[in-house]
Design a protein around this ligand. Structure first.
Ligand code: ADP
Ligand code: MG
Length: 436
């Protein structure tokens, strides 16, 4: 009996679905039939585009929300509230500003009823391990972003969890800081010094996933499900320049872009299309810069994403976001790891500024439903103005607050460039640029 219990995987997710109700009465299906097991001793990565449901899956495993249907087990027991033995590191960790590093780290132990002396010892060990030695009595505001995220890690590790959940833990840090922290974590793991048994990490950085993980699950969107599982058999320490490493990164790019083909018909209620289209606020300078680079020598409209990322000195995932934005706007499409300009993209590259703005405006109105909506509302109102709040709440029917925020930011900056409508930051009002 005991033997059987110990054989239950750490996490077992079977046919999990999750939907969120919308005010219109219909549900948005975010996860559909997701299967996932995590065994002891492995680092599993979750890759997928924004809005594909990765954080939702993590929240289900952490016991913060429950599945709409399907089974979620931790060591064979149904997850019903936060299981003991699971800790989570968020993108930016909410530290208590009025507590010192030591007090912030001790907090998780207090809740578990660990006595004072033991608490102090465990917290100091975690602080030491994570490279915060000497900062015990510092307050969060005295620390850099990277050091604060280390406190977040220490706080998650201090309880010696079986499973550490990480939701894009390095993405709020600058490139160098992220690299240092990532390398430190991998080293600790390989040296067996991490007081944890397994890791599930969400990232949209393909190289990061290949660097860290034993297995990578690629999520598809609309709705989210596990599209593919990839084993990473490369020995540690892994070298980004190793041809086998590059090959794997390329293959994953190909897989992810293959699934990112644009849907010409906007489907209501499905995240990623229609009003649920999540936009990243990429600047129009960068968008047109990439179009120009692709149109010119030596690409002639088509380039390998990782190669062009290297040439433009960009992080691969950053370029992926830009490529996705161009794809949503139909100036390029992503397929098989390549980014390919559409006819419209090629035309854009050879146009003068004013003509570019007009073409960009047409594409925004045609392909981004939220822009079409804002335009209709502004046209219809006698004042030709409308508060951003009205559109924010509409977007929040389809996506989380922070995605709605990013999406609005993108819309503001793109439609400014296209001279479609103006936006006043102070009054938070949209208005028609040239009311007729
Ligand atoms: P990811 O982490 O892959 O970017 P999320 O899991 O955060 O994706 O979100 C997946 C989709 O579910 C998004 O469209 C998001 O807006 C929607 N969603 C997530 N949480 C809620 C919620 N509480 N209410 C409504 N929609 C939600
Ligand atoms: Mg997320």
């Amino acid at each position: 009996m005991l033997d059987q219990m110990s054989k239950a995987p750490l996490i077992d997710i079977q046919e999990v679905c999750r939907s969120f109700p919308k005010p219109s009465g219909k549900d948005v299906v975010v996860l559909e039939n997701v299967d996932l097991t995590i065994k002891e001793g492995e680092i599993v990565g979750l890759l997928g585009r924004s809005g594909s449901g990765k954080s939702t899956l993590l929240r289900i495993i952490a016991g913060l929300i429950s599945p709409s249907s399907g089974i979620a087990l931790c060591r064979g027991d149904a997850i019903d509230g936060p299981p003991s033995g699971i800790s989570m590191v968020f993108q930016s960790f909410a530290l208590f500003p009025w507590l010192t590093v030591l007090q912030n780290v001790e907090l998780g132990l207090e809740a578990k009823g660990v006595d004072r002396a033991e608490r102090r010892k465990l917290a100091l060990d975690a602080i030491d391990l994570i490279g915060l030695d000497g900062f015990e009595n510092a307050f969060p505001k005295e620390l850099s972003g990277g050091m604060r995220q280390r406190v977040g890690f220490a706080r998650a590790l201090v309880v010696h969890p079986d499973l550490l959940l990480m939701d894009e833990p390095f993405s709020a840090l600058d490139v160098l800081t992220a690299e240092t922290l990532r390398t430190d974590m991998i080293d600790l793991w390989i040296e067996g010094r991490m007081p944890i048994k397994s890791v599930l990490i969400v990232t949209h950085n393909i190289e990061e996933a290949v660097l860290m993980c034993d297995r990578i699950l690629v999520f598809s969107s609309n709705p989210g499900r596990v599209a593919r599982e990839i084993k990473v058999d490369l020995p540690h320490p892994r070298n980004r320049l190793d041809p086998a490493f590059r090959q794997l990164v390329d293959n994953i790019y190909a897989l992810m872009t293959q699934r990112a083909e644009p849907k010409t018909v906007a489907m209501e209620g499905i995240p990623g299309t229609g009003m649920g289209m999540v936009l990243e606020p990429v600047s129009t300078n960068i968008l047109s810069g990439l179009i120009e680079a692709l149109a010119g020598e030596p690409y002639h409209g088509k380039a390998d994403l990782p190669v062009i990322a290297g040439l433009l000195h960009m992080e691969a995932d950053e370029l992926f976001h830009i490529g996705e934005a161009l794809q949503l706007l139909r100036f390029a499409h992503l397929s098989e790891g390549d980014i390919v300009l559409t006819e419209a993209g090629k035309t854009f590259a050879h146009m003068a500024t004013d003509a570019r703005k007009k073409l960009f405006a047409e594409h925004l109105l045609t392909y981004v439903p939220a822009v079409g909506l804002i335009r209709r509302v502004l046209d219809e109102r006698p004042s030709h103005t409308a508060p951003a709040e009205r559109f924010r709440s509409e977007l929040e029917d389809y996506m989380t607050e922070s995605y709605a925020d990013d999406t609005l930011k993108a819309i503001v900056s793109w439609s400014r460039y296209a001279e479609l409508f103006a936006y006043d930051e102070n009054s938070e009002l949209f208005s028609l640029e040239n009311p007729q």
